[in-house]
Design a binder for this molecule. Sequence first.
Ligand code: AVJ
Length: 322
Amino acid sequence: MQKSTKVIFTTQFEEEVHAGLTDFPKHLSSKYFYDEKGDKLFQDIMHMPEYYLTQKEYDILLNHTAEIAELFASGNPKFKLIELGAGDGKKTKILLKHLSENNFDFKYQPIDISQNVLNGLEKSLQKEFPNVSVEPQQGTYFEALEEINSENGTKKVILFLGSNIGNLLHEQAIDFLKNVQELMQDEDLLFIGFDMKKNPQTILDAYNDQTGITAAFNKNVLARINHELGGNFDLDKFLHWEVYDPETGTAKSYLVSKEDHTVSIDRLDVLIDFKEWETIHTEISQKYDDTVVAWLAEEAGLKIETEFCDTEKFYKNFVLRK
Ligand code: AVJ
């Protein structure tokens, strides 16, 4: 009798890494960048001068704080501020400060997949804003939103910052927005950040910094496979490569193999062959214009109520309603 050597995948990570690296062309999902090391590298990215997105959104929130707060409280003054993918909450703290100092009637509910991130955030909020009531929720966005909905009928203001939507292809972005829309009541708002089309060089520079932080971030997915799945990727055998198509507005990240070589991943019981200059596609960072944002909203059954932008029109925050 033949012995069965079939590997049983126990996590989605194992399954997707296997599928992506045995596909042609090869690909890995950008959602796997974010282990502890990846979280730190992304923090570093947000502090790089080239990565304008964070600063621009920060400027928008700072320059329009009172107006945004009034909008959140309009109609029904009591609301739950729910943030999808809260991270360190640096930008949100601008709003929290204003809301708390002006005695708005609200609760802050950060949602994140990482309990680690939530613990850190809760601690810093307790210190900085002891008066703000914080109810962290661990889980995927939709699990968490569903749970919040089932609790009571409080108005929801949903924050989705950082142009995180840019990691999704348009079709996926529409599905995502539709899912949010379905969980919204008539009085709820979605406050969402979009990185806009601009000089293509500015965009390329944001994803191709000279210090190599973005390269390390991109390669971190290989390091993670090494740690968690018993891989033996040599990170030096890969180049970080970024392209931006000014027509479609899609920035794409790749890891490019500099030589013919084979990598083994013990936990998956596979050998992966790389040809010289073969690619692994790892991320898309979509850039938008007004027409595309309007189209995405329309497709998802959402209406644009208003928008905020920085002086250079690099970045926009849209307020959407059902
Ligand atoms: C967190 C998805 C918004 O695509 O701009 C930063 C991630 N990748 N540099 C982005 C990222 C490379 C970032 N998002």
